[in-house]
Design a protein around this ligand. Structure first.
Ligand SMILES: Nc1ncnc2c1ncn2[C@@H]1O[C@H](COP(=O)(O)OP(=O)(O)O)[C@@H](O)[C@H]1O
Ligand SMILES: O=P(O)(O)O[C@H]1O[C@H](CO)[C@@H](O[C@H]2O[C@H](CO)[C@@H](O)[C@H](O)[C@H]2O)[C@H](O)[C@H]1O
Length: 472
């Protein structure tokens, strides 16, 4: 009997050469801006998922990318075919020995298989399997198309009913997005999508290997609008009439910001019911501030524009230490911004509980101050306003109005949060400020790597926040 190869396309070394061209152009590739050769890539495992899915063979590829500064494990679903259908021409990875590899997630025939696999609880072999939540009802007839959003992962929307997020960068163990969705659904949270199922696998052989979330299927909110689109439309409305204040033009967002504050507070309360809470000890407070100091230092090493503020940033963290008593810790969202909230007919929904993609998994699954999420959203109001006025030729009046919009909506959000939570996040003013500073520093690094033209937005906030009298 002939031995079946454990892959369906090019040998590892040739596949690496194809991927080395393809990967750096993907939005979700983290080692951007570094010069890499084939030596930086290592194929960890290839699992044949299906053969002959409308004339393509599909494999899952786990690829490790090591650079001087980081090591990441990526998940790819690669289809190999002799004839590339037009519908996937945009997703071609490369050709080897007459066969063409393409991103299988772009193929509706493959995404259909993934959905039915979750519905049936299919075992793909090599430790990769799918499972459905007991109360999920999945419409397996819906067509699954990749959405084109700027994303850390790749999501496939099935008609009006479900969305499958395929995690691109893997850490061993449960992904917090899946873990939190399940836990919040179990306590009846009304501000999240219902989890429908998962694809899971083990990243290495052997007993004791953690089961890792590879993809998460949830309810899809059809006809929703994301908070970023709504907020930026509201800021643009202001620009059409430079003489009017935010509360005088059409499209005022303050009432939505208030409701959003209420929704975030409700989810924070649900997270406490699901995972519990603690009060930080003095030592823990010290560790929280130390971690922020260390990250700020590392960020300053990485981004020249931050380096010149190194001492002032450290001084800002030192000032916060004097006011940090009685801090509550709990599971939080971890990367909350206007792009992570969807306005549906049924109110605001919060998505993407993965935490900041750049943080280690243990941190993302840890207990933190809910003020971090409040700070994330406050930063986002600032982004929405400044993003519209970043062009240096922007009229001074427009700039003034945009800043006013940010202040108004930040206040409304905190008012809504305080009304629902029973505690006003602004009472912990100096802490809220350092969490905003911490977030703005993260954003400078993020923009430096992904959208250099936007680096000035969080950088301006850093400068304002390190000035004892300034506001972001
Ligand atoms: N449950 C949902 N209903 C409707 N749209 C969603 C849902 N979940 C995600 N989306 C859309 O998909 C985009 C990316 O989702 P997200 O979970 O933030 O992925 P990533 O981690 O890749 O950033 C969101 O900005 C939103 O437009
Ligand atoms: O949504 P992701 O989990 O991929 O989050 C990352 O990308 C975000 C950008 O899409 C980034 O958010 C920053 O830009 C937003 C505007 O595009 C702004 O509303 C946010 O406040 C700002 O942080 C996020 O930081 C990053 O982790």
């Amino acid at each position: 009997m002939t031995q079946q190869p454990d892959h369906v396309g090019a040998p590892d070394s040739d596949l690496i050469s194809l991927l080395a061209y393809y990967l750096p152009a993907q939005r979700w590739f983290a080692a951007k801006g570094q010069t890499l050769t084939d030596e930086n890539y290592r194929i960890v495992r290839r699992t044949v998922i299906a053969r002959d899915v409308s004339a393509a063979d599909v494999e899952q590829v786990l690829l490790e990318v090591t650079t001087p500064t980081r090591q990441d494990l990526y998940q790819l679903w690669v289809a190999w075919t002799d004839h590339v259908p037009d519908r996937v021409a945009h997703a071609v990875i490369g050709t080897y020995d007459g066969r063409t590899a393409y991103d299988a997630l772009a193929d509706v025939n493959v995404t259909a298989q993934m959905l039915s696999a979750v519905d049936e609880g299919r075992d793909f072999g090599s430790g990769v399997s799918a499972r459905r939540e007991p109360d999920a009802v999945i419409d397996i007839g819906a067509m699954g198309l990749v959405i084109g959003a700027e994303q850390s992962n790749t999501s496939i929307v099935y008609g009006h009913s479900a969305i499958l997020k395929v995690f691109r960068r893997l850490d061993p163990g449960p992904n917090p997005d899946a873990e939190v969705h399940r836990a919040l659904h179990a306590v009846g949270s009304s501000h999240i999508a219902q989890p429908f199922g998962e694809i899971v696998g083990r990243l290495a052989e052997g007993a004791g290997e953690a089961e890792t979330t590879l993809a998460l299927l949830t309810e899809f909110f059809a006809n929703s609008a994301d908070g970023w689109a709504m907020a930026t439309a509201s800021v643009r409305d202001l620009m059409s009439e430079g003489d009017l204040r935010a509360d005088e033009v059409g499209g005022d967002f303050a009432a939505e910001s208030y409701r959003l504050g209420e929704a975030v507070a409700a989810v924070h309360a649900d997270l406490v019911r699901a995972f519990g809470s603690t009060v930080a000890t003095g030592a823990e407070l010290g560790q929280i501030l130390d971690a922020m100091r260390a990250e700020a230092d590392a960020a300053a090493d990485q981004v020249p524009a931050l380096a010149e503020h190194r001492e002032a940033i450290q001084a800002a963290f030192d000032r916060a230490g004097d006011h940090a008593a009685g801090l509550n810790l709990q599971r939080i969202h971890g990367d909350l911004h206007l792009g992570q909230v969807l306005r549906t007919l049924d109110g605001w929904k919060i998505i993407d509980f993965e935490g900041e993609p750049a943080k280690p998994l243990a941190f993302r699954r840890g207990m933190h101050s809910p003020l971090r999420d409040v700070a994330g959203m406050l930063r986002s109001f600032d982004y929405a306003a400044r993003g519209q006025t970043i062009n240096p030729h922007t009229d001074a009046q427009h700039r003034y109005r945009a800043a006013e919009w940010a202040t108004r909506n930040r206040r409304s959000f905190c008012d809504g949060y305080a009304a629902a939570a029973g505690t006003d996040p602004r009472h912990a003013d100096s802490l809220l400020r350092v969490f905003e500073l911490d977030k703005a520093i993260y954003e400078v690094v993020y923009e430096h790597g992904h959208r250099p033209l936007w680096e000035a937005i969080p950088l301006q906030a850093v400068v304002a926040l390190i000035n004892p009298g300034g506001t972001a």
